[in-house]
Design a protein around this ligand. Structure first.
Ligand SMILES: [Zn+2]
Length: 351
């Protein structure tokens, strides 16, 4: 994996955040306080926050009236400010390693936001140092469609929600094996609101959002895969309307977010074509092309976002194949390759 530049959203968000997170508190002997391992519930309690049900493996979200803290190693985000970037923050089961000065800094920033920033200087610990040289790896959000009480399309071979989850899990593990950070919007059979799926990607400043589904049609003969991008720019799908709706999740002003959304529309098309190319090579399933659609998860996502329809559950031959583990792996490998190709091409164009 080549080194990867932060997404436009991240760059912009960080540039707009006037307040860094000072973490210069030192022990009496002059050395920085070391990290400590604490139970996440205890961390939440000390800050008067709750551990959110939206926490997923590898990530904790604490929220309350003071604001929101996202533990997503190696970054801790406090009210949309990336505090402690570069610290060795790790998650181990229900416990997190937190920097020694975490509570003082977090308590202070829980009362600040990008709109009303704290008046201090950027965190010297946030800068790369020789023993912390690596920029953040790219971060991808994989969204297994439907779940819980919403089965999605139904076939005699099984539900859409099951295919979506199985393929998403394989995509996630393939990307992680290549050093790409992955957050899944659901890891089990649970119901997640559409807006919340996109909001997870927005809050994490993800580099890409990929939603996984299986299709249905009235005509049982229809088969093949389709990759959707958002509706064309206009009306409630215009970038200014979208920016108004989601700016608070990204932590920047609406006017600053709008050009990012416009740029990410073009990137979504690139992501769609990279995924289609790989799927087309890996399967003999017909490529139904890149299509525009008014899907909520795409409309509400700030990062480049696509929705992949793996095939039709209403076509008996394709439905049977979609439930075969080997074919699920083939699809996942192709989609992971497409995502990786997209991330790498973004790097090249930025150089
Ligand atoms: Zn679906």
């Amino acid at each position: 994996m080549r080194k990867h530049t932060p997404s436009l959203v991240l760059t912009l968000a960080l540039a707009l955040i006037v307040s860094g997170c000072r973490s210069s508190r030192r022990r009496d002997d002059g050395k920085p306080a070391g990290p400590v391992l604490m139970h996440i519930e205890e961390v939440a309690e000390r800050l008067d926050l709750e551990v959110s049900a939206r926490s997923t493996p590898g990530m904790f979200i604490l929220s309350g009236s003071g604001g929101i803290i996202v533990f997503r190693p190696p970054v801790i985000i406090v009210n949309d400010t990336a505090c402690f970037r570069g610290h060795r923050t790790r998650i181990e089961g229900d416990k997190v390693f937190i920097p020694g000065d975490f509570f003082a800094t977090a308590a202070k920033h829980l009362h600040c936001s990008a709109a009303a920033p704290c008046d201090d200087k950027p965190d010297s610990d946030a800068r790369p140092t020789p023993d912390r040289p690596a920029p953040s790896p790219p971060h991808v959000v994989i969204d297994p469609g439907h779940g819980g009480r919403d089965p999605g399309a139904v076939s005699p071979h099984g539900y859409e929600k099951s295919v979506a989850l199985a393929v998403s899990r394989h995509i996630a593990s393939r990307l992680r094996a290549r050093g790409i950070e992955v957050t899944m919007t659901r890891t089990g059979d649970e119901f997640i609101q559409l807006n919340e799926r996109a909001a997870i990607a927005n809050r994490l400043e993800a580099d890409a959002f990929v939603s996984i589904h299986a299709d249905a049609a009235g005509d049982p003969g229809v088969h093949g895969f389709t990759v959707y991008v958002g509706a064309r720019d206009g009306g409630r799908y215009s970038d200014s309307a979208r920016a108004d709706a989601i700016a608070s999740e990204v932590g920047v002003g609406s006017s600053a977010l709008r050009p990012v959304l416009t740029a990410n529309r073009r990137k979504s098309l690139r992501l769609a074509s990279a995924i289609r190319q790989r799927m087309s090579r890996a399967t003999n399933s017909p490529d139904r092309g890149t299509r525009h659609a008014k899907f909520r998860v795409l409309e509400r996502s700030a990062p480049p976002a696509v929705l992949v329809e793996l095939g039709f559950l209403t076509n008996d031959r394709e439905a049977r194949r979609l439930f075969q583990p080997a074919y699920q792996q083939t699809l996942a490998a192709a989609i992971a390759d497409g995502i990786e190709q997209f991330l790498n091409s973004g790097q090249r164009s930025a150089e």
